[in-house]
Every structure is written in C-alpha cells, then in structure tokens.
Design a protein around this ligand. Structure first.
Ligand SMILES: [Zn+2]
Length: 320
C-alpha cells in the first residue's frame, strides 16, 4: 500500500520521483479513493498552473467477449483481481481536467453530460464543489469526439450549447473525419447516431477552432497528436517551471487492464495497431520525462505517475 498521507504527496516533477514506484504494485487505499470520489475533485499544481481533476462518474460495463480483441473475459477478470478491483464488471470511469493558468481557465474534455450512463454526469456538480464557476471557463480542449468527451458540450434534448462563450479547441483531423457527410454510411451502426449529432451541431457553432499537432493553445499547453483511438485523437502537454503533465485522453482505458497490458486492444480503438504504438510511445515519454500523467479513464484520482513493470507499466495515482 502507498504509505504516504495526502499531505506528504505533492504532485510535482521532483516529488513524483520520490513516490516510491520501485518494487511491487502499490495502490492508494480503497477508502482513500472512495473519499476522493465522494468529494468529486482533487487539485494539484504543475509549476504555476493549478490543476483540478473533476470526477464525472462511472459506467459499470458488463463483461463481453468483444471488449478486448486479444484478451478473454477470464484474462480481463484476472487483471482486475490483480489490481484489487471487483471482477463483477469493468469499471469505466470518467474524469475531466481543469487548468487555471495566469489568464485562462481551461477545461479538458466536456464529460458525459449525464447522457450516457446513469451513474455518470456529475462533473457540473463537482465543478461547483471545486469552486470553479462554469461561466469562467474560456477555453475547452477536446481530445476526440466520442460521446463521453463531447456530450457535455450540448443539452440533451435540444443540442443547445452549454458553453457558448468558451472557445472550443478541437483536433483538425478529428473534426474533418466526423464532419464529412459521406462518413455516416461508413460508420458502424453503433456510431451512426453520434456522427449525425456531431454533424447537426459542430459545423453550426462559430466558437470552434481546429488545431494541428504541437500547437500552443495557452502558455505552456500544447497539443500532442495521439492518433489511433480515433483518427484525430489528441493529448495535451502542460509544462510550467520544472513540472510536466500529460493529459492523455483515451490513449489507454482503465490502468488495471491497459496500462498493465499495453498491447491489449480495446474495441473502442478505431485503429488498434496505431493506438497501441501511440500508447507505448506516450507512456515511454511520460516515464523518460518524469511527467505526471492524467488519463480520462484512469479511475479516481486520475493523475499520477507511470513506471515500467516487466512488459507493461504501472500507474500510481496520487492525491495532492
Ligand atoms: Zn473515453
């Protein structure tokens, strides 16, 4: 078990090195994580940038043979058990990140908007609890256009914008893919509704800006192309002082399965081979740079450090 108390764990590049990652698997005590979920947010600093993780909730996904292309349900259950998790379901959790820089309040990904799973959609409430006024968000960065990342931009029934005054910054490759009118016919049935909803909204919004790779979207915050999960999937790299943070979106789903077994291919990855290459590359970068890493589906708290462990990696969540 991680022996440190919350007061002793400070998330910075220097402190991350002292988290004690060597040796056997270590976990935040379960009660500690439950407490963080109950509170709904955690905060930490990357240099001068104040970071907040906002817990949106969980989808308790039923096991199914098609979930991981190259692992069985038994393999999946064994990996969950090894991480100390229940084997009853796959715990797919959703966590957004807010960055407060000197002159910007930046939300990374928009959450489920309460439109996906009954036990998700809490990030608006948790944003309030964290003392962040939704009206103060002037910039929204979107990693990719899957429902759990964009539905929080729009009202359930009317598709009305929920952040009309924010600039919404999206990867141009992702935008071009989803807004191509010829796409709908080519999408699998389970994605057709998503494609139609994107095409009915995004092209009509004047506050969307498309960006490419390695674009500075705010001082210290740059886009980092991380294709594979979707055609334009993009991570964000944050640097301030000596600290670095990589907000990696969906390069990997829950750590117990896909950080521990980085070559496992979840059905959500549109291009599994490219997604695997991206996952390994960004994990290695985070290890080499001693960067804090935050994954959208990394559970809660969702920010921590990553280290090599045999053929896989270990994600060590940390609470600030
Ligand atoms: Zn996702």
């Amino acid at each position: 078990m991680l022996k440190t108390t919350r007061r002793e764990v400070v998330l910075s590049g220097t402190a991350a090195a002292t988290l004690g990652l060597a040796g056997s698997l270590e976990f935040l005590p379960a009660a500690f994580a439950d407490e963080a979920r109950e509170k709904g947010f955690t905060t930490y600093k990357i240099g001068d940038i104040e970071c907040t993780s906002l817990y949106d909730g969980i989808w308790k996904k039923k096991h199914d043979d098609g979930f991981i292309r190259n692992a069985s349900v038994d393999d999946t259950k064994a990996a969950l058990a090894k991480a100390g998790l229940s084997t009853e379901f796959v715990p797919i959790e959703f966590t957004q990140t807010v960055l407060k820089t000197a002159d910007r309040t930046i939300l990374i990904d928009a959450g489920t908007g309460g439109q996906l799973a009954p036990s998700a959609g809490m990030s608006t409430k948790h944003m309030e609890a964290a003392g962040i006024d939704a009206a103060s968000i002037d910039t929204i960065l979107i990693s990719h256009f899957h429902p759990d990342h964009i539905f929080g931009l729009m009202a359930k029934d009317t598709n009305a914008q929920l952040f009309p005054n924010a600039e919404i910054i999206v990867p141009e490759t992702e935008y071009k893919f989803w807004t191509d009118p010829a796409l709908i016919d080519k999408l699998p049935d389970r994605r057709k509704g998503l494609g139609k909803r994107i095409q009915a909204t995004f092209p009509t919004w004047s506050n969307i800006r498309q960006i490419g790779n390695d674009i500075e979207v705010a001082p210290g915050v740059r886009s980092l192309s991380a294709f594979g999960h979707t055609p334009g999937h993009t991570a964000f790299h944050v640097a301030s002082g000596n600290d670095q943070l990589m907000v990696v979106g969906d390069i990997a789903n829950l750590p117990a399965l896909f950080v521990a077994n980085p070559t496992w291919q979840a059905v959500f990855d549109a291009d599994p081979e490219t997604a695997t290459e991206t996952r390994l590359k960004l994990f290695d970068q985070a290890v080499a740079d001693n960067a804090v890493i935050a994954g959208y589906h990394f559970g809660f708290p969702n920010a921590g450090t990553i280290s090599k462990d045999g053929n896989g990696y270990v994600f060590q969540p940390a609470d600030a």
